[in-house]
Design a binder for this molecule. Structure first.
Ligand code: SF4
Ligand code: SF4
Length: 292
């Protein structure tokens, strides 16, 4: 069910009929990556098996960053996820009040090289990917792109439409909750807009400086929270948990009961669909590459 696929926090935020949708995806076998081995329709694998489709830098909203840090602190452990987030904060690597986003330098390189380099260039690897084990360091709290990404759907085209809609709903939810959390922590609407710029269309940076925020820019972006960034992220997570009932109503009323995003229509895409036997495992790498 979607409730097992999506990050835990959404149990309290998203409507039950949505979470109870039950897509059965069996083709995207990530532990033995479908795209990293030859198949009946493909002579050579698309991706390097050590990298898979994690040559991507996903957006991670502030409250999910907070969930990762809070869980690690509560357990008295440094987890892979918490240690990488702390490293990104130390290095001022675009850990922003709205969440962790791809540095402009990364976005530029990704956009310029993705057709050849996706799945093949280790320089594009996600900062949360555990190279030694081939696993995700933030799996239980991953962002909307990763939680809804199946390079091949068992339902063929209908499955792709299903995941496209679920991805959009989750993206909307991330944007809504992360901005509500910023307002709660005292950021203004124009400060939120500045944060959004880094996700939508990063400002041009001098060459070589585009992977790290400069010290001045960093303290401006973080305004009144720059001395306790970890505490800020944890507070955004606590905010979403504490106000889950209200946020759930706002998110549901706004997005989950209208037009083509009605849960019944989503269910029909997978319940009414024949599971495709012929859906090609050899679709083009571009089609399978992460959407941005
Ligand atoms: S979703 Fe990614 S890891 Fe999973 S099978 Fe497809 S390419 Fe491989
Ligand atoms: S967050 Fe996890 S699943 Fe997503 S790209 Fe990174 S390592 Fe892969």
């Amino acid at each position: 069910m979607l409730r097992e696929i999506l990050p835990d926090i959404y149990q309290q935020i998203l409507p039950s009929d949505f979470l109870n949708l039950n897509p059965q995806e069996t083709k995207a076998t990530c532990s033995n990556c479908l795209k990293s081995r030859p198949g009946p329709d493909v002579a050579a694998p698309y991706y390097d098996a050590r990298l898979k489709c994690c040559t991507y830098y996903p957006f991670l909203p502030n409250y999910l960053v907070g969930a990762i840090l809070t869980e690690a602190s509560d357990a008295g452990l440094e987890t892979e996820g918490s240690s990488r987030i702390r490293g990104l904060i130390r290095e001022r690597r675009f850990t922003l009040p709205i969440g962790v986003c791809a540095p402009p330098g990364y976005q530029e390189k990704f956009n310029a090289t993705r057709s050849e380099a996706f799945g093949r260039d280790p320089e594009l690897l996600c900062p949360f990917y555990i190279f030694k084990t081939g696993q995700c360091g933030v799996w239980r709290h991953r962002g909307h792109e990763c939680a809804t990404f199946f390079c091949t759907s068992s339902y063929g085209q209908r499955g792709e439409s299903f995941w496209h809609e679920v991805r959009n709903l989750l993206h909307y939810t991330e944007m809504y909750l992360s901005q509500e959390a910023m307002l709660f922590k005292g950021f203004s609407s124009s400060e939120i807009d500045t944060n959004l710029t880094f996700i939508r269309q990063p400002p041009e940076q001098p060459s070589g400086a585009a992977w790290q925020t400069g010290a001045l820019g960093w303290s401006q972006i973080w305004a009144h929270h720059h001395d306790d960034i970890e505490g800020y992220y944890k507070a955004t997570y606590a905010f979403v948990l504490k106000h889950a009932m209200t946020l759930r109503k706002q998110v549901s009323d706004e997005k989950f009961r209208t037009g083509e995003t009605d849960t019944r229509i989503l269910r029909n895409l997978i319940v009414g669909a024949k599971v495709s036997k012929n859906h090609s495992a050899g679709q083009s790498p571009q089609a399978a590459a992460r959407r941005v």
